[in-house]
Design a protein around this ligand. Structure first.
Ligand code: GLN
Ligand code: ZN
Length: 764
C-alpha cells in the first residue's frame, strides 16, 4: 500500500495562536504555563486535523515557538556564552537568542538570522566552535512524540539532520578564521545517537531526518561525512527517512543511495526531472521513496494527473510498499487552511489548497495509487480533474495590452541616461546632502493605533476620509519626528501599508488576497503573501499621493518608497502557468510607471526595495545566471526611467552577498542599504575588493530586536566601516525598516545614530 505523509505543518495555529501567546509572554501578560498550554493546543489541533484527513505519516517535533533550528541549538546546548549566567530560565534564554533581550540589567543582542534556503523563512544561525560542548539537554522530538501518543495519535518524529545542522551554522567569534562547523560532526554525533536511541526505545518506528543541504552543490564534498554519520546513526535509530527538498539531488544521489537509510524523500515539485535518476539509483536497494508531489511552497491545488503519473512510475519501479506520497517540503511555508477564507470567490477558492487541504491531497493521491475503491476517493479525483481543467481555462485569458507591452520593451529602457559618476554630481547639486547622509529604510513603528485604524476601515467602522485623515496625521508626526532628530533624507513612514508586498498587490491587477493566509517569516512575525493569478498591471498611481503629501510638509528630501518587482514576486505565491521572469517583467513595468510618476510629483529620492533578490537565487549554481539575468534586468526596468537628478535607492535585508556582487553592481542603484550590523568587516572588504562603485549604507544597528544601540557603539561601527568604504560613498542608516519596533526604542536608537553621524562628519 502506498502511504501518505506530511513533512511538517505550520506551527502558528489556525488563528495565529502562537503569535498571540509568545507576544503575550514577552510582554509579561502571560506566564510560561500559559504559553506551554497554547503550544500544546496548537499541536493537538494539527495532529488531529492531519489524522482526520487520513494522513498516514503525521509529523511531530516540527512544532516551534520561534524557530526549529533554534530548537535544536537549545536542545544541543549550542548556547553562546553571552546568553548564559544571566539568571534566565531556559525558555528566556531561548527567546533571548532568538530576539535579544534588554531588561532588568540584561542587555544581549539576538543571534544572527538567515534565510532558510530560498524561502522567506528565517532561521536562527547556530554559532559553533571547538569550544562548543554538545549535550542533549532535552529530547524535543521524543516529548512531542509522546504527547501525540497520549492523544492516541501515532506520529513520525522530525529532526534536522546533523550535517545540515552544522552546515547551516556558522563559526562562532572565538573560532579560528578557517574553522569549518562541519568539522564538529564527530563531536555532535553522540548527541544524535542519544536522541535517536531514545526515540527507538520509546517505540518510534521511523524518524524523518531532514538533510536539505543535500540539494546544494557543496553537498557533493560531504559524501564521506554522510556515509560515516549515517552508518553510526542507523545502528541505534528507528528507521531513518532521509528528507531533501527545494531542489534536485543531481549526482549526490550516487552516495545517498548507498546510505543505510530506510527511506528517501525527494522534491518533485521543484525538481520533477530527478525522478528517473533517483529511481534507477535506489531500485536495487530497499529504500522506500517518498515522492514530494504536493507543493509545500505554493498554494495551487495539486494537479492529480501529474502527481499520479509520477506515482505510477515509482510504483512500477519499486512496488506499492516502497512508495510514499508526500508534500514536497514542510507545509510551514503555506497558510493553515482555506476554510478560514470567506472572501475568495468560489471560483478562486477552487484554485487553491492550503496546508490542511494539501494534507487531504497527499492522502487521496496515495489512496488512488493503492487502487482504492472508495467512492469518496473517486469523487475527490473527479473533482480535482474538473477543477484543474477550469483553472487551465482561466489561465488562458491573458491581458493582451500587458503582454504586448512586455514584448515591446527596448534595451535603452534598462539603463539610466548617464553613468553613476555623472548622476552623483547632478544629484549632489540637486539634493544638497551633508557628508554621511542619514536616512532610514522606510517604515516607522506600525503601532496598535495604525493597525486598529486599518482594521476599522476594513470593517467599514470608519470612512475612507477618516482613515485618510488618520494616515496623514501619522505621516505628519513621522516627518516632524525626523526633522526634530535631524535625519537628512526623510521617509513618510509607510503607515498606510499593511505589508510591503501586500500593499502593492492590492492595488495592482492580477492579484488575489487571503484574509487569514498567514505564513511565518521569523519568530512571531508572519506575513500574508498575495497570490498572483493573472497578468499584472497598474491601473492608477499607488503611492504618489502619500509621498507628495509627506514632501509638502518638509524642505528636506522625501524618499519615495516602493517594493521592487523581484521582491513582490518572491514574497507572493506566484502563478505556475507562466515563468517567473514574465511575472517579474510585468511587475517591473507597473513599477516603472510609478517611479516616473513619483519623480513628476517632485520626489527626488526613490527607493525600490529588493530584499528578496538574494533569497530567490536558485539553490544550484548552474541555474544562477538565468535567474540573476532577469532579476537584475527587471529591477533596472523598474527604476531606470528617471532623470539623472533623481537618486535611486535600493535595500537588501541581508548581508549574504556571497556570489552576487556583480549583480548588485549591475542594478546600478545610486545608493544601496544593506543589513550589516551583525556582519563583520569581511563583507565590506569584499565590496571593496570587488570595486563596488556606487553609494552604500551599511546598516549600523539591528532592528530585529528591541535593543537600543548606544551612541558609542554606532561610532565604533562607523569608524571601522569608514576604514573600508570611501567617505564620499557612505550613507548612515539602520539595518532595515522600523515597522516591528516600538517608538521608544526607535527614538532612542535613531537619535544615537544621528549623533554618531554628526560626530563622523566632524572627524572626517
Ligand atoms: N521599506 C521597507 C520598510 O522599511 C523595507 C522593508 C524590508 O526590506 N523588508 O519596512
Ligand atoms: Zn530590510
Amino acid at each position: 500500500m502506498v502511504l501518505s505523509s506530511v513533512l511538517g505543518f505550520p506551527r502558528i495555529g489556525a488563528n495565529r495562536e502562537i503569535k498571540k501567546a509568545v507576544e503575550a509572554y514577552w510582554g509579561g501578560k502571560a506566564t510560561a504555563e500559559d504559553l506551554t498550554k497554547a503550544a500544546a493546543d496548537v499541536r493537538k489541533a494539527s495532529w488531529t486535523n492531519l489524522k482526520n484527513r487520513h494522513v498516514d505519516l503525521i509529523p511531530s517535533g516540527d512544532f516551534s515557538l520561534y524557530d526549529h533550528v533554534l530548537d535544536h541549538s537549545a536542545a544541543f546546548n549550542v548556547i553562546p556564552r553571552r546568553y548564559t549566567g544571566l539568571d534566565l530560565s531556559p525558555l528566556d534564554v531561548y527567546f533571548a537568542m532568538g530576539r535579544g533581550r534588554q531588561a532588568a540589567g540584561v542587555d544581549v543582542p539576538a543571534c544572527e538570522m538567515k534565510k532558510w534556503f530560498d524561502s522567506n523563512y528565517h532561521y536562527v544561525v547556530p554559532e559553533l566552535s571547538e569550544q562548543t560542548e554538545f549535550k542533549l539537554l532535552f529530547n524535543k522530538a521524543l516529548q512531542e512524540y509522546n504527547e501525540a501518543k497520549g492523544l492516541g495519535i501515532s506520529t513520525r518524529p522530525v529532526i534536522l539532520g546533523p550535517i545540515s545542522y552544522l552546515v547551516l551554522g556558522k563559526a562562532a567569534k572565538e573560532a579560528p578564521a578557517n574553522f569549518q562547523p562541519v568539522s564538529l560532526l564527530p563531536k555532535l554525533l553522540p548527541v544524535y545517537k542519544q536522541l535517536l536511541s531514545e526515540l527507538k526505545a520509546a517505540g518510534v518506528d521511523s524518524v524523518q531526518v531532514d538533510e536539505p543541504v543535500l540539494v546544494l552543490d557543496d553537498a557533493a564534498k560531504l559524501d564521506k561525512q554522510y556515509a560515516s554519520a549515517f552508518a553510526e546513526l542507523a545502528s541505534v535509530s528507528p528507521r531513518i527517512v532521509l528528507t531533501t527538498y527545494f531542489a534536485r539531488l543531481d549526482s549526490n544521489i550516487n552516495f545517498i543511495s548507498k546510505l543505510p537509510i530506510a527511506g528517501l524523500h525527494i522534491d518533485l515539485v521543484r525538481a520533477p526531472g530527478q525522478l528517473d535518476n533517483v529511481l534507477e539509483a535506489i531500485k536495487p536497494t530497499n529504500i522506500v521513496l517518498s515522492l514530494g508531489v504536493v507543493s509545500g511552497r505554493n498554494i495551487w491545488k495539486c494537479d492529480f494527473a501529474t502527481a499520479l503519473k509520477q506515482g505510477q512510475k515509482a510504483v512500477a519501479a519499486l512496488g506499492e510498499d516502497r512508495v510514499i506520497v508526500a508534500t514536497s517540503s514542510s507545509l510551514l511555508h503555506t497558510p493553515v487552511t482555506l476554510a478560514s477564507e470567506k472572501k475568495l470567490t468560489p471560483e478562486q477558492k477552487d484554485w487553491f489548497s492550503f496546508a490542511l487541504e494539501k494534507a487531504a491531497e497527499v492522502a487521496t493521491i496515495a489512496a488512488l495509487l493503492s487502487g482504492s475503491q472508495d467512492s469518496k476517493i473517486a469523487a475527490a479525483y473527479e473533482a480535482n480533474i474538473a477543477s484543474i481543467a477550469k483553472r487551465r481555462e482561466f489561465e488562458h485569458t491573458s491581458d493582451d495590452a500587458v503582454r504586448k507591452r512586455v514584448a515591446s520593451v527596448t534595451s535603452d529602457m534598462y539603463n539610466r541616461r548617464s553613468p553613476f559618476a555623472t548622476r552623483k554630481e547632478t544629484q549632489a547639486k540637486h539634493l544638497d546632502l551633508p557628508k554621511f547622509p542619514t536616512t532610514t529604510i522606510g517604515s516607522f513603528p506600525q503601532t496598535k493605533e495604525i493597525r486598529n485604524a486599518r482594521a476599522k476601515l476594513g470593517k467599514s467602522e470608519i470612512t475612507e476620509a477618516e482613515y485618510e485623515d488618520f494616515i496623514k496625521k501619522e505621516i505628519e508626526a513621522v516627518v516632524r519626528f525626523q526633522e526634530k532628530i535631524g535625519l537628512d533624507i526623510l521617509v513618510h513612514g509607510e503607515p498606510e501599508r499593511n505589508d510591503m508586498v501586500q500593499y502593492f498587490g492590492e492595488q495592482l491587477n492580477g492579484f488575489v488576497f487571503t484574509q487569514n493566509g498567514w505564513v511565518q517569516s521569523y519568530g512571531s512575525r508572519y506575513v500574508r503573501p498575495p497570490i498572483i493569478v493573472s497578468d499584472v498591471s497598474r491601473s492608477a498611481p499607488m503611492t504618489v499621493r502619500w509621498s507628495s503629501y509627506a514632501q509638502s510638509l518638509t524642505k528636506k528630501p522625501m524618499k519615495g518608497m516602493l517594493t521592487g518587482p523581484v521582491t513582490i514576486l518572491n514574497w507572493s505565491f506566484p502563478r505556475d502557468d507562466v515563468s517567473r521572469k514574465l511575472q517579474s517583467q510585468q511587475l517591473a513595468l507597473a513599477l516603472r510607471d510609478e517611479v516616473i510618476d513619483l519623480e513628476k510629483a517632485g520626489i527626488s529620492v526613490i527607493q525600490v526595495d529588493e530584499p528578496a533578490i538574494r533569497e530567490g537565487l536558485p539553490l544550484r549554481r548552474a541555474d544562477w545566471n538565468e535567474y540573476l539575468g532577469w532579476a537584475v534586468d527587471t529591477f533596472k526596468l523598474a527604476t531606470a526611467g528617471v532623470t539623472d537628478a533623481t537618486q535611486t535607492h535600493s535595500h537588501f535585508c541581508y548581508s549574504d552577498f556571497g556570489d552576487i556582487f556583480t549583480s548588485i553592481q549591475r542594478l546600478d542603484a545610486d545608493v544601496i542599504s544593506i543589513e550589516f550590523s551583525k556582519s563583520d568587516m569581511k563583507l565590506l572588504r569584499t565590496f571593496q575588493q570587488f570595486g563596488y562603485s556606487n553609494q552604500i549604507g551599511p546598516g549600523v544597528y539591528d532592528i530585529h530586536s528591541p535593543r537600543v544601540p548606544s551612541e558609542e557603539e554606532i561610532k565604533e561601527r562607523l569608524k571601522t566601516t569608514l576604514s573600508i568604504i570611501p567617505a564620499d560613498l557612505m550613507f548612515v542608516n539602520p539595518d532595515c525598516g522600523l515597522k516591528t519596533r516600538g517608538w521608544k526604542e526607535t527614538e532612542a536608537s535613531l537619535s544615537n545614530m544621528v549623533a554618531a553621524a554628526r560626530w563622523a562628519r566632524q572627524g572626517a
